[in-house]
Design a protein around this ligand. Structure first.
Ligand code: PMP
Length: 447
């Protein structure tokens, strides 16, 4: 049988193994080869595979009703998940629109922002501001606000109005800034953009509080998020935190932005929410926004056939209960510094390692051709793809991305293990990851 056509372009000519079974942190292919899950796929499988409690909750839901359609019914699963998420988010973030994944969640955030601006008489606010080296999704709205040229170039010219600012990155600060001033410089750039465009034209600023695939686990520089909050509030610009990848506990707090002590107006969460057991994402937004929209329009305008899908919500409830009961957020938080230092030790003496960064179970190594200048390796070398293949060979799933087409990033290798990985499993992931990187660099004559 031919391979399916859903492989990413970077793997278009690769023959992939067929996965047939998984348990906890391990997966097996049709030849019986074992892989350890060092990245949860793309940071999805937050509690490992084939969890019996989650499977039982899904089966129980299916035996009652798979999907209670939102025009006709509410459901226990929907209500219970909403209470759980209200509790995890705290503050004014009490309203949810459930969808089937990250792009739909971001799309919903953008629509909620526009509906709110219209509802409060600010219909001129149609422009979104975002950052280069960001990824917000594969649908038109979410892709349009994404700064990820490799993925968007084929569609340019057809996107919603948006303006891209420089990345907020301590390792690669804006020209003229240092690691210490990177956050302030990035925030100042936002304020200048709002003033240049005219605040009355700007609907929202969307950003990843810990940048994922487009940058490689780049945490917001200290103080940056608080400044952005201030600026957004000052100019009536909504703050949208895209936590599709970094949220639901991945970085050690349920909301990634809670680490910075900041509450956004709207946020998106997906991957880890139902941990891959069902496709589930959510746009979460404030009571203030909800009340304004209800007063003006009577209802939130965005929603899909599978909004609030009952079985997906039941999976989300089961996953979130396990994370809470087993204290996994504390474990993830404590493991962040350990993972970074283990990876640093395992890669000690490798000249090509420019930076090791991240938070919680969301850690990345960035490879550069020159540590002093931070110049990336040429894109044609496709180091990231070679590392992915070598890791698979070594029985490790990790998440390498080539960020260097625009010359801004080096190749990155993301590690995002399940929250409940044992120490022995974390060590295996780090050892195999470091070995795969070293082997590729040696084979390429770069070691
Ligand atoms: N936002 C972010 C921050 C993401 O990392 C992703 C997926 N990598 C998306 C949105 C899109 O999510 P999905 O692939 O589930 O549509």
């Amino acid at each position: 049988m031919s391979q399916p056509n859903h492989r990413p372009s970077t793997l278009a000519t690769t023959t992939l193994p067929k996965v047939v079974r998984a348990k906890g942190s391990y997966l097996w292919d049709a030849n019986g080869k074992q892989y350890i899950d060092g990245s949860g796929g793309p940071a999805v499988y937050s509690i490992g595979h084939a969890n019996e409690e989650v499977n039982a909750a899904i089966i129980a839901q299916l035996q009652n009703i798979a999907h209670g359609y939102r025009y006709n019914f509410t459901t226990d699963a929907l209500e219970e998940l909403t209470e759980i998420l209200r509790d995890r988010c705290g503050g004014d973030l009490r309203e949810m629109v459930y969808v089937t994944g990250g792009s739909e969640a971001v799309e919903s955030c953008l629509k909620i922002a526009l509906q709110y601006q219209t509802a409060i008489g600010q219909k001129s606010r149609r422009i979104f501001i975002s950052r280069e080296r960001s990824w917000h999704g594969n649908t038109f709205g979410s892709m349009g606000v994404s700064g990820f040229v490799e993925r968007t170039v084929a569609y340019e010219g057809a996107f919603i109005p948006s303006v891209k600012l420089s990345p907020a990155n301590e390792y690669r600060p804006i020209a003229g800034a240092t690691a210490e001033t990177a956050g302030a410089a990035a925030a100042a750039e936002l304020e200048a953009a709002i003033l240049r465009l005219g605040p009355e034209k700007v609907a929202a600023f969307i950003f990843e509080p810990v940048v994922g695939a487009a940058g490689g686990c780049v945490p917001a520089p200290p103080g940056y998020a608080a400044k952005v909050r201030e600026i957004c509030s000052r100019y009536g610009v909504l703050m949208i935190s895209d936590e599709v990848m970094s949220g639901a506990g991945r970085t050690g707090t349920w909301r990634a932005l809670a680490y910075d002590g900041v509450e956004p107006d709207i946020m998106s969460v997906a991957k880890g929410l139902a941990a891959g057991y069902q496709p589930l994402g959510v746009a979460i937004y404030s009571t203030k926004i909800h009340e304004a929209i209800i007063a003006a329009d009577g209802a939130i305008g965005t929603g899909h056939t599978f909004t609030g899908h009952t079985t997906a919500c039941a999976a989300g409830v089961a996953v979130q209960k396990i994370i809470q009961r087993e204290g996994l957020l504390d474990r993830v938080k404590a493991n962040g510094p350990r993972l970074k230092s283990w990876l640093g030790e395992a890669l000690a003496g490798v000249d090509a390692i420019g930076d090791i960064r991240g938070r919680g179970h969301f850690i990345c190594a960035e490879l550069v051709a020159n540590r002093a200048t931070k110049a990336p390796f040429p894109a044609e070398r496709k180091l990231f793809a070679k590392i992915r293949a070598q890791a698979m060979q070594n029985g490790l799933i990790c998440y390498p991305v080539g960020g260097n087409v625009d010359g801004v990033n080096g190749d990155i290798v993301i590690f995002a293990p399940p929250y409940n990985c044992t120490d022995a499993e974390l060590t295996e992931i780090v050892d195999k990851g470091a070995r795969s990187i070293r082997e590729v660099l040696t084979a390429e004559g770069l070691a």
